[in-house]
Write a protein that binds this ligand. Structure first.
Ligand code: PLP
Length: 391
């Protein structure tokens, strides 16, 4: 404890080191363990980054072996782990997305997608959806709804117009010949676990095509089995021009990607974008191991089945709880909307029940469990949530 407290004092001003929670020192399966040995069932998967939980032996082995072999490689040189990862990733991508750029995070993937859409269209404006979250770099932030995040940068960001969720008329008004891209999440995560309507999504695609804009689908949170299928947009009649990925694809290791069509690829020239760490050997080894386990253990189907268990249990147990306004979600991405702010409920879950859950906006409890969680763990979390809301 004292070591960390000293460090905190030395780097006062770096707000994220301020100690508000116990220090986590180990992870095993779906559990985090703090410095005093207390165990927490992590139904956040570290913000959705760890679909295989913590310490998965195959992932650990892949990272260890790659570290021993080659941990860094200049990105202008051919790298076998990168080639292996690209080949592996390509096998999962929709056939029309033939280009891939690798990076390290979700915001970088969206930033690249925004730049690529500008190059491919010769335009710069964005259309985004209220409640959407795309990251904190300049372009991604411009398209992120939360006004608190954008306010300090008012007047300094890319131009983005926000439309209400599922308002097709607003979309039709917003997409004009200055718009490079519509950027959206098929199921909004940070914004409160809201699925966008099929009609709205399909209208976005149609209007983009008619008016020369591109459709960027942000699958940073929903991608790679989280919602019970490889990509949430495949639930609809959608063929996005660009798709962005991050979070779970590295199994907890920083890894992001943007996949795009040939039309976009044709607009890119060598040097128009780049990265030092993107596609590094360790991230790619982690990415290959993650995809191998996700595929072999059929974790997409498992997320669909366990998701039905989770949503069914939440709906059943919370049906008569006065504070609960709605339960929604898909696969292992669930939101419980309360009639009050979520802070006390999240604190009670952690302190009284040893369970970690997330907020999605002010009044939604979000659950993003590892895809390897068990039915028993789901029951435990639902039971604890019911008790936390009753107390
Ligand atoms: N897009 C979505 C849908 C997200 O949920 C997030 C992060 O929560 C991001 C982008 C940004 O990702 P990162 O935090 O890796 O930059």
């Amino acid at each position: 404890m004292s070591e960390l407290t000293d460090a905190e004092d030395r780097i006062a001003g770096t707000w994220w080191t301020k100690r508000k929670t116990p220090a986590m020192t180990r992870g095993e399966g779906c559990e985090l363990i703090d410095e005093e040995g207390r165990r927490y069932l992590d139904f956040t998967s570290a913000y959705g980054t760890s679909p295989l939980g913590y310490g998965h032996p195959e992932l650990v082995r892949a990272i260890r072996e790659q570290t021993e072999e080659l941990s860094a490689c200049p990105s202008n040189l051919y790298s076998a782990p990168r080639a292996r990862y690209l080949e592996r990733l390509a096998a999962f991508l929709p056939g029309h997305l033939t280009g891939v750029f690798l990076c390290n995070s979700g915001t970088e993937a969206n930033e690249a997608a925004i730049k690529f859409s500008a190059l491919a269209t010769g335009r710069s404006r964005l259309v985004a959806v209220k409640g959407g979250f795309h990251g904190r770099t300049l372009g991604a932030l411009a398209a992120t709804w939360n006004p608190a995040g954008r306010a300090p940068f008012a007047g300094l960001l890319h131009v983005a117009e926000f439309v209400e969720r599922d308002d097709e008329d607003a979309l039709a008004r917003a997409i004009d010949d200055r718009v490079a891209a519509v950027l959206l999440e098929v199921i909004q995560g940070e914004g409160g676990v809201h699925s966008l309507a099929a009609g709205f999504l399909e209208a976005a695609q149609r209007l983009c095509r008619e008016r020369g804009a591109l459709l960027i689908v942000d699958e940073v949170q929903t991608g790679f089995a989280r919602t019970g299928c490889w990509f949430a947009h495949s639930l609809f009649d959608l063929e996005p021009d660009l798709m962005t990925l991050a979070k779970g694809i590295g199994g907890g290791f920083p890894l992001g990607a943007v996949a795009y069509t040939q039309r976009v690829a044709d607009a890119l020239s060598s040097g128009c974008h780049g990265t030092t760490f993107g596609g590094n050997p360790l991230a790619c080894a982690a990415g290959v191991a993650t995809l191998d386990v996700l595929e072999r253990e059929l974790l997409d189907g498992r997320a669909a089945e366990l998701g039905a268990v989770l949503l069914g249990a939440l709906r059943g147990r919370l049906r008569n709880v006065a504070q609960v306004r709605d339960v929604r979600g898909r696969g292992l991405m669930a939101g419980v909307e309360l009639r009050q702010r979520v802070g006390r409920t999240l604190a009670a879950l952690t302190e009284e029940h040893g369970i970690l859950a997330l907020a999605a906006g002010p009044n939604v409890v979000r659950l993003l469990p590892p895809l390897v969680c068990t039915e028993e763990q789901i029951e435990r979390v639902v039971d604890a949530l019911a008790k936390a809301l009753a107390s």
